[in-house]
Design a protein around this ligand. Sequence first.
Ligand SMILES: [Zn+2]
Length: 205
Amino acid sequence: MYGEAVERLIREFKRLPGIGQRTAERLTFHIVQGSEREGLALADAIRAVKEKARPCAECFTVSERSPCEICSDPRRDPRVLCVVERPTDVLAMEKSGGYKGRYHVLLGAVNLLEGVEPHDLTIDALAERVRQDDRIEEVILATNPTFDGDATALHLRAALEPLGVRMTRLARGLPAGGSLEFASKAILAEALEGRRDYQERRRPS
Ligand SMILES: [Zn+2]
């Protein structure tokens, strides 16, 4: 109806998470009606990101260098590893200002309905990292306080338990069903401060 080029851009937008037909059309028409400079700047930004940004080989966060700035910073505490779902969660934790350890990014959360299984995440790489690096004393399971995040934490516990490392989970100050990304700095700092042991409950002997 609008011509092949316009239809194609609508299709591309629709492939992005959270974008349906109407939003895809709105974005497309915004670009069609805007200046050429603006539209091409967007295209250039996408190209640059695809050429330069990639996952860090150690922690899988997105960076223009690998190892990333955090992994290669000798001032970060090598004894604590904070496991989060996405690179945006790393940013949220950094903004909270209370964390000085390192990270591991899972690149998602287990969601069987959407076909995301544990082996689609970087759990194996995490277990390998904990096995190899004997400086790591504590792994903070900082997946989101959602159904998916909790399910993911259980898988992480099963994968890490045999390695004998201490596991903790962020305190429940975070709103249930919310995500780290949208938690306030203060709440996130508090949840980190109040983290609890997250081991398999054993029967008293
Ligand atoms: Zn890294």
